[in-house]
Design a binder for this molecule. Structure first.
Ligand code: ATP
Ligand code: MG
Length: 305
């Protein structure tokens, strides 16, 4: 098997304040191989962005990484100094943030923003940077004449595609997409997903794809991790998860979203008074399929899993 592009081992992140500490991620481990699309799913607040920001070394106080390792191509990300981090970001790993379509500079033309990213990290002439920008826009099906536009002259979906294209500008080995389509309508979501897939096939990077939308996740990902309350509760190839989710939380998540294709189904989801506690370490239950035993409690009944 290839050397993983990303390995997260037992990562724990705490948000510490004077009054209390909130655990953002609790002993989370997973691996992404070159060219693989890894989906990370789970309800709001389960720790997905905490993981993404830890990988990018973008966590700020009060966040603290209190345990674990992050390895990129075998190199220890948590011990990189500032200058290594600067050249590593964009060149090796790039991230599209939650609500990224608003992250473009509103007073600078799109083309100048591409030129800035490319020349800051790779040098070269303005002409070659512009040429690269044209190619990238074409890959996400935006007319290169748009390089002359300001962000507000584009639709939300176009802006999001520009941001994704920009993240690919330096051919990173890993692209982190944190809820890349949440603010967009379903049709535009589908188009963007399609273009992410095309870009990935053309450029060959690995993807960490974060969402709480299971239908999008199953459609795009090769491998999936499901988080609950800061812990990883299930880890499996997408097909395995689609056909045989084992953790009750994963089953509820899958039941809460309609499949994108196929017949209509009744949606059930997780009732609000159901919680999982005492989530243990993952155990191997099948081919590449890991599940964490947990205690499931529904209301006052105290029903155990
Ligand atoms: N700056 C912060 N200070 C204190 N607690 C925080 C901070 N950022 C995140 N948290 C807490 O850490 C936990 C994980 O948050 P995180 O943003 O990683 O969740 P998420 O899975 O990305 O959620 P969403 O789907 O809403 O984006 C939550 O309980 C959240 O309240
Ligand atoms: Mg988030």
């Amino acid at each position: 098997m290839s050397v993983p592009v990303l390995e997260i081992q037992d990562l724990t992140v705490e948000y510490v304040s004077d009054e209390r500490a909130v655990t953002g991620a609790d002993r989370v481990s997973f691996t992404i191989h070159p060219g693989e699309i890894f989906g990370l799913a789970g309800e709001s607040g389960c720790g997905k962005s905490t993981i993404a920001n830890s990988i990018m070394r973008l966590l700020k106080a009060p966040a603290q990484i209190t345990n674990g390792k992050i390895l990129f191509d075998g190199a220890d990300v948590l011990s990189m100094n500032d200058s290594s981090l600067r050249s590593w970001r964009w060149n090796q790993v790039a991230m599209v943030f939650q609500s990224a379509m608003n992250s473009l500079n509103p007073v600078t033309r799109i083309g100048e923003q591409f030129i800035d990213v490319i020349r800051t990290h790779r040098g070269g002439s303005r002409a070659s940077a512009l040429q690269r920008a044209r190619e990238l826009l074409q890959m996400v099906h935006i007319d290169p004449t748009r390089l002359k536009s300001y962000p507000h002259q584009l639709s939300g979906g176009q802006r999001q595609r520009v941001v994704i294209a920009m993240a690919c500008a330096l051919n990173p080995r890993l692209l982190i997409l944190d809820e890349p389509t949440t603010a967009l309508d379903v049709v535009v979501q589908q188009e963007i997903l399609e273009q992410i897939r095309e870009l990935q096939q053309e450029l060959g990077f690995a993807i960490l794809f974060i969402t709480h939308d299971m239908s999008l996740m199953l459609e795009l990902s090769d491998h999936i991790g499901i988080m609950y309350g800061g812990r990883m509760v299930e880890l499996a190839p997408a097909d395995t998860l689609r056909h045989g989710p084992r953790h009750a939380y994963t089953q509820a998540l899958l039941n809460a979203f309609p499949p994108l294709h196929g017949p209509r189904v009744k949606l059930t989801g997780l009732s609000e008074d159901t919680t999982f506690t005492d989530i243990q370490d993952l155990e191997l239950v099948g081919d590449n399929h890991w599940v964490a035993p947990a205690r499931k409690t529904t209301s006052a009944l105290g029903e155990s899993l």
